[in-house]
Structures are given as structure tokens and as C-alpha cells.
Design a binder for this molecule. Structure first.
Ligand code: NAD
Ligand code: UDP
Length: 322
């Protein structure tokens, strides 16, 4: 019955975008995936290439977007998401969050479609309030190296709310906290692929700073379910989706060593500039509004993810650059 409903997913060849394509296809929607492969991988959607309900358009969303026919929903997930990616391509990161979002809002308005945009816990910056509720305004350096991502996402939220208030567009905003799972890029620099790659290559695990900074990791299936419920809710303002189970990076490195039955050492490297010291989502709003909370415990999610990385080829394991 959803078959007549068409959904455009940008960033479709990326980690989250590809899982969202799977979810919407499984629910019977007709899915158009869009990506320019700047940080994504064709392999993430190759299993969908012959699916009758899936079409793919290679396109940079910062350029004008043309879609023929009806469109019911848009999920805007295109954007570099890992600190080393957005430090390497800072201008594209700013453009996809600003110009790209503007194009997609314009498209949503023209098609009378509902749009959900992927925001991030990074809008809270290095937070002075803990855990972070949606009402917290954040602590972000506009000119720091991470500012290119954080400020693009903050602008993205502002322009989305402006389209909602000024044009009456139906909008949804998800603030995603660190999410992991199969199809992350092994060399994207984020902590889970970094540690797992190091385990598989027999290298030391690189903990940045003293490792006492914290993160709270959410398994991808839980994240996708939260996003799906948010899209079909009637709430237009930002909602945190993440797993509140917080851990220090040092404890996390030790946990991964144990989980993989390896005996690698931990080495300490300098903490990157503006690296947030603590991060934990307050998910009271999502619980109340969406009747949602994460279900997959870290031990299980990590095992699934580690098995995925174990299945990569030798070349993929040792590939340095994207
Ligand atoms: P990813 O890098 O795996 O996926 C992003 C995808 O967007 C890639 O396939 C890339 O090629 C594509 N893309 C980038 N710029 C584009 C452009 N101009 N035109 C078309 N395609 C473009 O990252 P991800 O982890 O899947 O993140 C997806 C979204 O979720 C991002 O918007 C990110 O900010 C947000 N997010 C993710 C997390 C997380 O923990 N994974 C946390 C917070 C927010
Ligand atoms: N980190 C680390 N070693 C690595 C990669 C990352 O100690 O090899 C730390 C990083 O400094 C940060 C945390 O792990 O404190 C999470 O980093 P990630 O890049 O995954 O995402 P962030 O939450 O910082 O956007």
C-alpha cells in the first residue's frame, strides 16, 4: 500500500542512507536514492540495483535537483559525517548542509512533500549541559576546525524551521548521536571503524587525549527505527535519537580488545582540537513522542559490526584513502 508513496533519500550510498533505503524498501515504498559518492560507496546499495522499487540518481545535491513526478517524502542524509572527512573537504561540508539543504527544501515545497533532515549531536558542540536535551542551545566554536560541520548543521536546522514557519512546509529534524554498524567505512576515522581496523590489522589502538572523553553509541537498526517513527510523527522541532549508554573512549578501547579476544596495546595520541569532552543524549522526548528507545545492547551491536569488518577483503582492510 506504500508502493504509490515515493521517497527520495539523499546520501543513499552512505552508511545511514543505505540502511534507510533498505527500511523504506522493506516497508513497500518506492525509493529514489541520490548520492555523489564523495564519502559513500556503490557497494552499500549494490544489492538494491535490480529491485523494482529502487532507482538511483548520481547527483551532487548542492546543484539544482530535478525529480520527475510525484514525491511524498524526502530524507536528507547527504553530508560527510566523520571528523576526518569534513576536515578534508570542509567547503563541500558547508555547501551540502547549506546549499544542499536549501535545494531539498525547495524541492519539498515544489512537490508538497514532507522532509526530514539529518542533524547531529554536534549542534551541541562541546556541551556544558549533560546529558543534552533538545532545549540546550549548544557550545560551538564557529571558527574551529569542526565548525564547518557544526555550523552547517545549525544553519540547516534554522533554514528548515524557516521553511516550516514561512511556507508551512512539513518538516522533521533528527539530532543523531554517534551511530555505528555494518557499512561504516573502515578508514573513515570514526572511533569504531578505527579501533576495529586496528584490531584486524594487528596494530595498537589509538586513544586520543587521556581517553576520558565520553560518547554514547547507538546501533544502526535502533537509529533507523527512531528516524522512521519521527518521520511519521506530527512533531516539527528537533528530536534527539541515540543510545544514552555512555562510556569513556579508554574503557571502550578495552571493551573492544576483550570482545575480539585480542591482546593489542593501547597507545595515546593528541586529542583533536574542539573534540567534545562528554556526550550523552537525553531521549525523554523521543520516548514520549515516538514510544521509542534503543533495544540493541552494545555487546551485541559491536559483535555484528566486528563480524562485518572481519568479512572485508585484504585490500579493503589496508586501503588508506577513500
Ligand atoms: P556517510 O559519509 O557514510 O554518508 C554520507 C553520504 O552522503 C555519502 O554516501 C556521501 O557520498 C553523500 N554525500 C555527501 N555530500 C553529498 C553531496 N553534495 N551530494 C550528494 N551526496 C553527498 O555518513 P553517515 O554516517 O551515513 O551520515 C549520514 C548523515 O547522518 C549525515 O548527514 C550526517 O551528518 C548525519 N549524522 C550521522 C551520524 C552518525 O553517527 N553516523 C551522527 C550524526 C549525524
Ligand atoms: N577517537 C580516538 N581514537 C581514534 C578515533 C577517535 O580516541 O582512533 C576518539 C575521538 O577523539 C573522540 C571519540 O573517539 O573523542 C569519538 O570520535 P569519532 O570520530 O568517532 O566521532 P565524534 O563523536 O568525535 O564526532
Amino acid at each position: 500500500m506504500n508502493k504509490e508513496k515515493r521517497v527520495l533519500i539523499t546520501g543513499a550510498a552512505g552508511f545511514l542512507g543505505s540502511h534507510l533505503c533498505d527500511k523504506f524498501i522493506a516497508q513497500g515504498f518506492s525509493v529514489i536514492g541520490m548520492d555523489n559518492f564523495i564519502t559513500g560507496d556503490k557497494k552499500n546499495i549494490s544489492h538494491l540495483s535490480n529491485h523494482p522499487n529502487f532507482t538511483f540518481i548520481e547527483h551532487d545535491v548542492t546543484e539544482f535537483i530535478k525529480i520527475e513526478g510525484q514525491l511524498d517524502y524526502i530524507l536528507h542524509f547527504a553530508s560527510p559525517a566523520s571528523p576526518i572527512d569534513y576536515l578534508k573537504i570542509p567547503i563541500q561540508t558547508l555547501k551540502v548542509g547549506s546549499l544542499g539543504t536549501h535545494n531539498l527544501l525547495g524541492l519539498a515545497k515544489a512537490k508538497n512533500a514532507r522532509i526530514l533532515i539529518a542533524s547531529t549531536s554536534e549542534v551541541y558542540g562541546d556541551p556544558l549541559v549533560h546529558p543534552q536535551p533538545e532545549s540546550y542551545f549548544g557550545n560551538v566554536s564557529t571558527i574551529g576546525p569542526r565548525g564547518v560541520y557544526d555550523e552547517a548543521k545549525r544553519f540547516q536546522e534554522s533554514i528548515t524551521m524557516a521553511y516550516h514557519r514561512f511556507h508551512g512546509l512539513e518538516v522533521r529534524i533528527v539530532r543523531i548521536f554517534n551511530t555505528y554498524g555494518p557499512r561504516m567505512r573502515l578508514n573513515d576515522g570514526r572511533v569504531i571503524p578505527a579501533f576495529m581496523g586496528q584490531i584486524l590489522r594487528g596494530e595498537d589502538l589509538t586513544v586520543f587525549g587521556d581517553g576520558l572523553q565520553t560518547r554514547s553509541f547507538c546501533y544502526v537498526d535502533d537509529q533507523v527505527e527512531g528516524i522512521y517513527r519521527l518521520l511519521f510523527s506530527d512533531y516539527s522541532e528537533p528530536v534527539n535519537i541515540g543510545n544514552p549508554n555512555e562510556i569513556t573512549i579508554l574503557d571502550f578501547a578495552e571493551e573492544i580488545i576483550k570482545l575480539s579476544n585480542s591482546n593489542q596495546k593501547i597507545v595515546f595520541k593528541p586529542l583533536p582540537q574542539d573534540d567534545p569532552i562528554q556526550r550523552q543524549p537525553d531521549i525523554s522526548l523521543a520516548k514520549r513522542l515516538l514510544d521509542w528507545e534503543p533495544k540493541v545492547i552494545r555487546e551485541i551491536g559491536m559483535k555484528i559490526t566486528f563480524n562485518y569488518f572481519k568479512g572485508l577483503s585484504h585490500d579493503e582492510l589496508y586501503k588508506k584513502e577513500h
